[in-house]
Design a protein. Structure first.
Length: 123
């Protein structure tokens, strides 16, 4: 299993590896518990570092609320759009009818009345 090393550093590394292997084989329960503890600690550390910021949480909540409100108001918006089209059509029709009205017919009596009042008062 352990190969021959050529440098003193490699010899030392192989010796440490062999001692660790021997310890784990002689004491499997503490080794497994130690590995579980290290894994748990690393999991907590990663979870703490990967936590969303307050801004990200608020952004998520606003997106959720926006989607909810959008689905809530979609039918209302559709009805309002149809009502707007109908009212716009009604206004166009009314404007077309007003174009045909003879304005002089309505303003001549007012102008005559104003001229009479002006002559009596100031004339």
């Amino acid at each position: 299993m352990i190969m021959e090393a050529s440098t003193p550093q490699e010899n030392k590394a192989q010796q440490v590896l062999h001692e660790a292997d021997t310890y784990v084989r002689e004491n499997p329960i503490p080794a497994v518990l130690c590995a579980l503890g290290i894994g748990f600690a690393l999991g907590l550390l990663i979870r703490a570092l990967d936590r969303p910021t307050r801004a990200e949480i608020l952004e998520s909540k606003f997106e959720d609320a926006g989607g909810y409100l959008s689905s809530l108001f979609a039918p209302v918006a559709s009805r309002a759009n149809r009502a707007y089209r109908r009212s716009a059509s009604a206004v166009r029709d009314a404007v077309d009818e007003v174009k045909d009205v003879d304005v002089e017919e309505y303003t001549d009596p007012v102008v005559k009345w104003f001229n009479r009042v002006w002559k009596r008062c100031c004339g």
